[in-house]
Design a protein around this ligand. Sequence first.
Ligand code: ZN
Length: 180
Amino acid sequence: MPPYAIRIIGDPVLNERAAEVDEINGALVRLAEDMLTTMYDAPGLGLAAPQVGVQKRLFVYDAGDGPAVLVNPVISESSGEWAYEEGCLSVPGLSWEIIRPKEIHLTGYDLDGNEVSFEADELLARLFQHELDHLDGVLLLEHLDEEQRKAAKKALREQTMARDAARPSASAASGGLRLP
Ligand code: ZN
């Protein structure tokens, strides 16, 4: 079992602006470690603290260069446009092509309290913008047009109904069929 259950759309914690981190201490380091474990278990490329129910401005990620943590991240510049198929662990099973800036300049702090600065483009820039949205209480659905959003809400309702209907038999089956 991962340390945290990932919060799913509909949970109000995903719609609130998270607070600045004012102290990097042992508890914050432990939170980041548990978030990384939860992210790798999902699996996902990034995970923001509100997705595990914690209203703090930090996220963890691994874009292929190993685990990393960013505290109080800020995007100071962005440019260009890039369309990319984007999904979210908090909006399971759905993805959309979304246009965002292609390059960004992001600053923040690492877990040692050092200021860090990135010129990121394409996938890494996308990941940073997506996780920063979470810190501002913004989910992917807010980037869709009205028609896409309606279709998304319908799909999510159907998912919830299917999950509820399947619950008793699914838990029995996973108990019996789980392989090492
Ligand atoms: Zn997300």
